[in-house]
Design a protein around this ligand. Structure first.
Ligand code: FAD
Length: 565
């Protein structure tokens, strides 16, 4: 569409709120001159976040009817699965990031603002933002941006569980800067420990590295650190020899609890062989400047440390907490969406990735209510006709239930329906127990309710939502959709379905555990090569792919760099 460009020269009062003009006009501010574009018919999509979910949405969106305004404090995408490798210099920080301005298709207008959103106002369709960097005279700039569609992909933050001292004394491993800080602190610790006139006790404290959290990130970091110490640092710092200790504290009974038991056992045995002290059932209660208190089997002990990496899971970001309160979801941990990733109770707002969760419980409650309503005589059973009417109602509202009915997991219902079949293929009118459907449906619920907070889920959701957006215009023009999808209330798109492709747990010493679909487990050096190939192939660009592979080769040839920069 042809755009009318009007140059408006105005003085923007410093630090004040800059409002984007209404009616799809977009705004660009440079100094005191503002360019306002009007007359565009493009729909404005505001995308919050440049992580896995946001970037996957951007990469896959392929429809020129949208203009995308990206807002994020980070002007790059970071390949988080390689952050543990960055902490020890196996891979360089710049090799795992791609500028966000390089991402996205040419036919979609995109622009980026380096800012964080601090408030979402669904009633006026605005997001309120604060620039990441302060401007010399006025501090950080605040402004609002209008949207037609809002895509929230702000991820989550590290969770400290409000344990005293964690925020002040621990390192987190969430962002690239965190990984860089850890790398510097590890090397600084070895330098400190090499200074003359240190007592053995003090040297041991400085070289005691504690990892809190036995999930995939904590375990991978402990393994990377062990390799860095044994393969590179110990030979360079002879005084440190014999004083280095890595301890992993885990509150549960095992590490890697989300993996197959064989992997958990292998990891625990390998860590024990490597001299990594895994303390299971240890709950951290307090962190002081030089020691950490942990409760193990009712007994509190105080452990001196040099560095702690806190990796115990994720919590909600303040902007999401505030938004959830506004829309009546204040008691939740993440934004509840339906299965099309639309935020419940809001128009044109979508949420995906770690900041969101699909609310299956609500779907299942509705389904149960429909069954109960169909039971007109309140006998607890339905006739076949009543059952089919109820199912029609359910499938109109929730096509995903229809999909599950066809799947193996709904064998209970399939068997009951088979019972009703006569020899000539017609159906006899038998009575079907409501409770049996409900329990079969609750099995479905437990299969799909909790999606893990992983890059895999976030990336699949981003790609799914981009496809929905691509088809939105076509569906608006032809609201009834293809014949098989017609029916009052039926949604235009298939709901989001997650496809689990497996997961890895690198355990150090060129050994990785892989759990692939169908519970196929492989542990050892061959899985490490699989890990290398999968992570190389999953890079967001050819540039990062080449950088990452060359970093791996550099490490094989020259070892890791131990400079403290
Ligand atoms: P993120 O990727 O965290 O992105 C959030 C984005 O929102 C960021 O760009 C952030 O700057 C931006 N943002 C934050 N606040 C605001 C705001 N107020 N306004 C605007 N923008 C904002 N998953 C796997 O599947 N496999 C792995 O091997 C794996 N390894 C991991 C290793 C580490 C060390 C970590 C930390 C995570 C790992 N994960 C892994 C998990 C995976 O990284 C997350 O699940 C994934 O990043 C979630 O994607 P997201 O887009 O929801 O959030």
């Amino acid at each position: 569409p042809s755009l009318t460009r009007i140059i408006v020269v105005s003085t923007i009062s410093g630090g004040g709120l800059i409002a984007y003009s209404e009616a799809n006009a977009s705004y660009g501010a440079t100094g005191s001159a503002a360019v306002v574009e009007i007359g565009t018919k493009k729909k404005k999509v505001v995308l919050l976040g440049t992580g896995w979910a946001g970037t996957s949405f951007l990469k896959n969106l392929n429809n020129s009817q949208y203009e995308v305004q990206i807002i994020s404090p980070r002007n790059y995408f970071a390949f988080t699965p390689l952050l543990p490798s960055v902490t020890c210099g196996t891979v360089e920080a710049r090799s795992v990031v791609e500028p966000i301005r390089n991402i996205g298709r040419k036919n979609v207008d995109t622009s980026y603002l380096e800012a964080e959103c601090f408030k979402i106002d669904p009633s006026s369709k605005k997001v309120y933002c604060r620039s990441k960097q302060g401007l010399a005279s006025n501090g950080k700039k605040e402004f609002s941006v209008d949207y037609d569609y809002l895509v929230i992909a702000t991820g989550a933050q590290s969770n400290t569980f409000n344990i005293p001292g964690v925020e002040e004394n621990c390192h987190f491993l969430k962002e690239v800067e965190d990984a860089q800080k850890i790398r510097k602190t590890v090397i600084d610790s070895f330098e400190k420990a090499s200074l003359p006139d240190l007592s053995d006790e003090e040297r041991k404290r400085i070289l005691h590295f504690v990892v809190v959290g036995g999930g995939p990130t904590g375990v991978e970091f402990a393994a990377e650190l062990h390799d860095f110490v044994t393969e590179d640092l110990v030979s360079l710092y002879p005084r440190a020899k014999g004083s280095v200790q890595i301890t992993l504290l885990e509150a549960a009974d095992h590490i890697l609890t989300m993996f197959d038991k064989r992997i958990t056992e292998f990891a625990e045995e390998k860590f024990s062989r490597d001299g990594i002290d895994v303390k299971l059932g240890s709950m951290v209660t307090k962190v002081n400047e030089k020691d950490i208190s942990a409760k193990t089997k009712g007994e509190v002990s105080s452990i001196p440390y040099g560095m702690i990496v806190w990796s115990t899971g994720i919590g909600t970001r303040p902007v999401i907490k505030g938004f959830m309160k506004q829309i009546g979801q204040g008691n939740r941990r993440a934004l509840a969406t339906d299965e099309w990733l639309r935020v419940e109770g809001c128009d044109n707002i979508y949420a995906l990735g770690d900041c969101a969760t699909i609310n299956q419980r609500k779907v299942m409650e509705d389904v149960s209510a429909i069954f109960s309503k169909a039971d007109k005589d309140k006998s607890g059973t339905l006739t076949l006709k009543e059952f089919q009417e109820a199912m029609d109602d359910i499938c109109v509202r929730y096509p995903q239930v229809e999909l599950y009915l066809k799947s193996k997991r709904m064998r209970g219902i399939a068997d009951l329906l088979k019972e009703a079949e006569t020899d000539d293929g017609s159906k006899k009118n038998i009575e079907l127990k409501i409770e049996e459907f409900k329990s079969a449906l609750s099995q479905v619920d437990s299969q799909v309710k909790f999606l893990p907070a992983t890059a895999q889920v976030a990336a699949q959701q981003g790609a799914y939502l981009a496809k929905c957006f691509d088809r939105m215009e076509e569906c608006e023009k032809n609201p009834e959709g293809p014949i098989r999808m017609r029916g009052e209330g039926r949604h235009r798109f298939r709901p989001f379905r997650y496809r689990h492709l497996g997961q890895f747990a690198p355990l150090g010493g060129e050994q990785t555990a892989a759990q692939l679909p169908g519970d196929w487990v492989s542990i050892g050096h061959s899985s490490q090569w699989l890990w290398y190939s999968v992570y190389a192939s999953k890079q967001v660009s050819w540039r990062t792919r080449v950088l990452v592979v060359s970093d791996w080769m550099r490490r094989f040839i020259f070892g890791r760099d131990s400079s403290s920069i």
